[in-house]
Design a protein around this ligand. Structure first.
Ligand code: DGL
Length: 290
């Protein structure tokens, strides 16, 4: 493959069930500032953790196809749940370079001194064959305490990252891990890095929080290099900015929360496009509702 310069200038498509992928976008912008980004939050249908496998596969494929149609040169499925459930299908169907995300079991196994680590992730991620294989491969000598984070994605989706009710919900998930001697907590959902302050208010410095967003940005860099797809850094005077072209933000919901979270947590004043990305399952839902 010998991509032309203009193809290298094409955007990277990043997608999540909702706002969580912004934690990945933040790392990608910091690590690869010359890259343009199109971000899709499928907030209308979040949380995926409450959906069936076919629904998640249907949405993941439809959104990846939509991003390809928008001209994306590479895709990041910035959702552990969609990756665990559907990345094999997307790889089979689309020939575009693709990066998925998975809970940081491998780093946890190398960090933990107590040899007990907690994993917070969606139920779909935790019960997936992909996650089970990850634990078997990297954590044979680690006690892994898996906890579904029911209610956490919903909290971040309404931009609640610090309310007393949220902290109590988190305490119920994290305190038993502390009691069992865990010194490491894997944030196995891209929404959860936005809860780091709330988690710290409970665990203090007694746990290392494992967030893989920077590793994902590095993996994306490797994949772009393998395919000769890296955007060239801006040259002075060409009208672009040193911190990269502003991302294009798209939401399948009204976009208000995406804008709010991007401003509050990333300091980005984002204009959000409301987009419609119909798929087989959402057409069925809408037909049932009519
Ligand atoms: N950010 C998604 C993940 O990493 C959340 C999934 C959901 O919507 O339940 O799994």
């Amino acid at each position: 493959m010998n991509p032309t310069a203009s193809y290298c200038d094409a955007p990277i498509g990043i997608f999540d069930s909702g706002l969580g992928g912004l934690s990945v976008l933040r790392a990608v912008r910091a690590h690869l500032p010359a890259e343009q980004i199109v971000y899709v939050a499928d907030s209308r249908y979040a949380p995926y953790g409450a959906r069936d496998d076919d629904f998640i596969a249907d949405r993941t494929l439809a959104i990846c196809e939509w991003l390809v149609a928008q001209g994306a040169k590479a895709l990041v499925v910035a959702c552990n749940t969609a990756t665990a459930q559907s990345i094999a299908l997307v790889r089979e169907r689309l020939s575009i370079p693709l990066v998925g995300v998975e809970p940081g079991i491998k780093p946890a196994a190398s960090i933990s001194k107590s040899r007990v680590a907690g994993v917070l992730a969606t139920q779909v991620t935790l019960r997936s064959a992909r996650f089970q294989a990850l634990v078997e491969r990297h954590a044979a000598d680690l006690r892994v305490l898996c906890q579904p984070g029911h209610g956490l994605v919903e909290a971040v989706e309404r931009c609640d990252v610090s309310s007393p009710a949220l902290v109590e919900l988190l305490r119920g998930y994290v305190q038993p891990m502390l009691d069992a001697g865990a010194d490491t907590l894997v944030l196995g959902c891209t929404h959860y890095p936005f809860l780091d302050m709330a988690i710290r208010s409970i665990v203090g410095e007694s746990m290392t929080l494992v967030d893989t967003s920077v590793a994902i940005a590095r993996q994306l860099e490797r994949v772009l290099d393998q395919h000769g797809l890296r955007a060239q850094p801006a040259t002075p005077g060409d009208g672009s900015t040193a911190s990269g072209t502003p991302a294009r933000f798209c939401s399948t919901s009204d976009g208000a929360h995406l804008r709010m979270l991007a401003a509050a947590l990333l300091g980005i004043d984002a204009r959000v496009e409301c987009v419609s990305i119909p798929s087989r399952r959402t057409r069925e839902l809408e037909a049932d509702a009519a």
